[in-house]
Design a protein around this ligand. Sequence first.
Ligand SMILES: [Zn+2]
Length: 634
Amino acid sequence: MSAIDEVKQRTDIVEVASQYVRLTKAGRTFRALCPFHSEKHPSFFIYPEQQSWHCFGACNTGGDVFSFIMKKQGIDFGDALRLLAQRAGITLSSRFGQDAGRDERERLYQVNEAAAQYFHNLLLNSPDGEKTRNYVASRGFSPKTIVDFQLGFSLNSWEALKQYLMERGYTESELLTAGLVVEAESGKTHDRFRNKLMFPISDVRGHTIGFGARVLDDSLPKYINSPQTPTFDKSSSLYGINLATAAIRQQGTAVIVEGYMDVITAHQGGFNNVVASMGTAVTEKQVGTLKKLTKNLVLALDADTAGEEAMLRGGEIAAQPPPEDTAPRYLIPETPAASLNEPEVRRYIRLGRRVINKDALDIETSVIILPEGKDVDDVIKEDAKTWQYLLAKALPVVDYTCNMKTADLDLTTAKGKSLAADRLLPIIAEIDDTVRQDHYLTKLSKLTGTSYRRLEAALAKYRVDRRTTQPTKEAVAQPRRPLLSSPIEEYCLALLLQHPELKAQSEGLSPEYFENSENREIFVAWQQTDDLSLLKKDKLDPAIWEHLDYLINKSLPANQIEQKYTSCVLRLREKFLRGLETKRGAVLALEAEAGGTAAELAKLEEQGIEVSVQLGEVFTQKRRGRSVAKGVEK
Ligand SMILES: [Zn+2]
């Protein structure tokens, strides 16, 4: 289902409109003083069944929930979509979530790519890069690895990169947006990365989106990153993902490590399914990206942070301050844990220094603990077999936690068994997948010698607790409403998009005939240009591209296009007028019942007459069309 459809299903126009106007129930409709024009007598109506609105007053227009929000807030379709999605608790993919236009993002990819090449060339060739070259060699990175990862070097200069890129036509403001230069208090800008080993960061499709940079001495901080930009969001990026995708798919497992060096060494050692979370938190977005590639995640944890700390602790995050090295903006979900409320916190679990989304529990997440004092980089360099051995021994995170939580208990005693149940049941209760939950309940039953039924009853208590302390996702969500499809609108649009020659005959069409906002958006944009590539690039929000593509590729009959188009337009017009008539009729009845003023009634009657006249025209044209068609057949 498209994002737009999902938002529609979760949104109630009555609820949305009631935030802007005072609605009064009137029969099967709601009425209010029109929010778009000034009036004393309410002529604005909402039709819950059609999820639409109409103003019979000065506006004499209507639409759906999207057009209501667009008109009310003075925003475009994309922003209305984002607003309604946020309201309904739906996460839109970053493509729709970012306000930056497609061109701007393309340009940012380009400037980042140009910078990456510049840094890479300096590392390979510049005399100033000598020390960094030696450092990289001392880490054992081969020339191929350096090229694969496009490692680079930034000069110890305030303006070298800035000048280089500006000479190539990039503007200062683009460099600022890309985070490659920084604005000083004086208002002057200078290079952000100076005298550092550079790690270009790519997205899944291989676009360069940002940089990590490492100092070459003992100064702190050891690593810095690009700031948040329209293309770079640290919490959704995974270092090495561009080089790891194929291997993750092929092997069916993704391994998440902490640092840049870990990823590079792993890949050089032939372990290409390794990516880094680049922070201490593994976020929902990162899990989301990996979920599309595989169901199996392995988290590599340092021994020093593993031990007692490295286990699931649902709901305890807020109680603890974030670890020292976790800058708040890297904590999930982009807000400091301390400000999350109870239900939100319970969606995350703590794993050593890592914080991961509870969703990770519902795909197979396993854990490996690295040998004391070593990171992945060390392990693989010393002996790749150790790494393979560790991976083979990776324990599902729930098993691992169970082991850790019961390590200090004597399970032969009644007290030990009871403590084990107390400690493990809350964790098992967190698992949403019933089959997997059952698996662990059976395991606990064996471990404690307690009957499965008794444990199940105890588990129910935790579930009830959960429900009373925090609404579940389902409980919060709006009821899903059926989607109102509009095949005629789509058919007509598909004809127009696929047959540019029809543009000459499009005067009879009005944007109003399209009740679906996305259809209306496409029609209005098409009126301005029928160049499909321009339509996408200049006129339409990325949120509508999917729908546009669907229409462009919709299969249509091959012959009598013009005739089909004409009859389609007539049907659209008829549908629109009939809809209007029904709405107006309902309002007229209401007005009459409520003893509306003669003037109001007269006005509605008048509008009704106009609609009838227009409908009459439609029927005449339809008849004419039929006889013309017959004539053609003869
Ligand atoms: Zn109005």
